[in-house]
Ligand binder design. Structure first.
Ligand code: GLN
Length: 541
């Protein structure tokens, strides 16, 4: 059997949910026993989103192999319950960088370098490469942006070519559109969908499936209309109503018969699917037996996508405990201005990762608040660094203790670059990215939560806990509960006399999955529940 390729494009408007549809398709095909890999093609010219502002891009998701990727990769991993690699996140910037590097090396033997075939060949090579590397039966490729964007054209052209090069039954095009609602006439409109399909066809791609997102129920006549005007069979016009949660999407698409239709079109046997676990999990998500409230203290709180994986990890941990987790988005600058009331009544506090000085003192305020009042606290990367700074300042009385990222002349550089710790002058300071091992110290809360001694977690940072201060901090009650195997880097620490105050130098949120919540998030939510109602018995053991 040849490898199959499903291409997902979007039309009408952006943010129509292509990423979730792609992730859901992956889940559905996997549930039929097929091996699947997912890939995102981003048409922008940045080499990766690592240097982009959260305002532009939302969260930067980090894969185990250390690639800084689009946040859709997070959805892919969570829905597939499978680790992906950097090969799953391709940008136009990477493609052009490779093509130009090859040109400089003379690989093209003096030819003129053109969008077709050189750029499109590189794109096709990346699509085939991810399938090959994963040895997947099916590659689902999502093209970022909307059909008609100038940057997206080489990608769509590459897809058009691949559709010709592969067997007819080995590729499938799924177009995701939006049906707007006009209140004056009380109707959902299909015209933008028709236009967007026309645009796609003008690029040589006839969609096989059209998924119509809408905020209202889509009647049979509308499906017939889209079918007629866009030249796809009616059963391939799949309405997708806005759902209460993204995790409902695979179930809706399955219900609509999409998986069977796709398998049939790809000449694959339509075996029985197994979505029972997913269905059960979504049912638990829908029927919480309570709720805890966790404050998330950051500087991009008006932009929840900036903390997407943290948000999802909290949901996963909540489901495991049978409760909903409500996030109270707290702007760190407000805490800096003394607005402690913003934290009033929360059952837990999270300080997530971040870069740059803005709002940093507000995060220190949050850590102090949680420590002094015995409120559960989880510090993620910068959130751990803040926790150490706060402890040094207020428990040890080290005035001015800081990270050299924010105060290069601090008298107590409790957080600094590795190079500074080793006395190296040249601060090459590249980012520590991807999965690294960590050894947990037996008897610590972290060890208890993980239930194992060696863990692997994903990193994205430059600065580290300064080991020169480790002893003094430990004596004062801030314990290094996990280090790199050779013991030189503190990867996780905890406050000894506190119900739950843990900071980790890594990003546990990237590893949390619906049915496999992360131990640290489980621990936080359990502690939050204990904080809220000490007698609560969690179903999670
Ligand atoms: N800015 C900090 C560092 O580089 C923390 C980074 C983060 O939270 N991801 O170490």
């Amino acid at each position: 059997m040849g490898r199959k390729y499903i291409f997902v494009t979007g039309g009408v408007v952006s943010s129509v949910g292509k990423g979730i549809v792609t992730a859901a398709l992956g889940r559905l095909l996997k549930s039929r026993g097929l091996s699947v890999v997912l890939q995102k093609l981003d048409p922008y010219l940045n080499v990766d989103p690592g240097t982009m502002s959260p305002y532009q891009h939302g969260e930067v998701f980090v894969t185990a192999d250390g690639a800084e990727t689009d946040l859709d990769l997070g959805h892919y991993e969570r829905f597939l319950d499978q680790d992906l690699t950097g090969l799953s996140s391709i940008t136009a910037g990477q493609i052009y960088q490779t093509v130009i590097a090859k040109e400089r090396r003379g690989d093209y033997l003096g030819r003129t370098i053109q969008a077709i075939p050189h750029v499109t060949n590189e794109i096709k090579a990346r699509i085939r490469m991810v399938g090959e590397a994963a040895q997947a039966q099916i590659v689902v490729v999502e093209v970022g942006g909307t059909v008609g964007d100038i940057e997206g054209q080489p990608f769509l052209e590459a897809i058009r070519q691949m559709r010709n090069e592969e067997e007819r039954s080995d590729t499938l095009s799924v177009h995701v559109t939006f049906l707007p609602y006009l209140s004056t006439t009380g109707e959902l409109k299909t015209k933008p969908t028709q236009h967007s399909v026309r645009e796609l066809r003008s690029l040589g791609i006839q969609p096989d499936v059209i998924i119509c997102r809408s905020d209202l129920a889509v009647g049979e006549e509308l499906r017939e209309k889209v079918s007629l005007f866009c030249d796809v069979p009616k059963e391939a016009v799949v309405p997708l109503l806005t759902m209460p949660t993204i995790y409902d999407v695979p179930l809706v698409l399955e219900e609509a018969g999409l998986t069977n239709y796709i398998l049939h079109r790809l000449d694959l046997p339509t075996s029985e699917g197994d979505l029972a676990d997913w269905r059960r999990w979504v049912e638990q998500l829908r029927t919480p037996r309570g709720q805890v409230e966790i404050a998330l203290v950051g500087k991009y709180v008006e932009l929840p996508d900036a903390y997407l994986s943290v948000k999802e990890a909290l949901i996963h941990a909540g489901v495991a405990h049978g409760v909903g987790v409500r996030i109270r988005w707290v702007h760190s600058q407000l805490l800096e201005e003394g607005r402690l009331d913003m934290l009033e009544g929360v059952h837990g506090v999270i300080v997530p990762g971040g870069f740059g000085e803005r709002g940093i003192e507000g995060k220190v305020v949050a850590a102090r608040y949680a420590r002094e009042r015995g409120i559960p606290y989880l510090g993620l990367c910068l959130g751990m660094q803040v926790m150490v700074i706060e402890y040094a300042r207020h428990v040890l009385g080290w005035r001015g203790a800081h990270s050299t990222e924010f105060d290069p002349h601090t008298p107590y550089p409790v957080i600094c670059l590795m190079e500074e710790q080793l006395g190296i002058v040249d601060k090459g300071g590249t980012m520590r990215l991807g999965s690294y091992p960590c050894s947990l110290r037996p008897g610590t809360q972290a060890h208890h939560l993980y239930g194992t001694e060696t863990i692997w977690e994903r990193h994205r940072h430059r600065y580290e806990f300064n080991i020169q201060y480790r002893e003094a901090l430990e004596r004062a009650g801030l314990v290094a509960s996990g280090t790199s195997p050779e013991g030189t880097l503190v990867e996780i620490c905890e406050v000894r006399d506190h119900p739950f105050m843990i900071g980790c130098q890594f990003h546990p949120e990237f590893r949390s999955r619906p049915g496999r919540p992360h131990p640290l998030f489980l621990g936080l939510v359990r502690a939050a529940l204990a904080c809220q109602r000490p007698a609560f018995a969690s179903p999670y053991t």
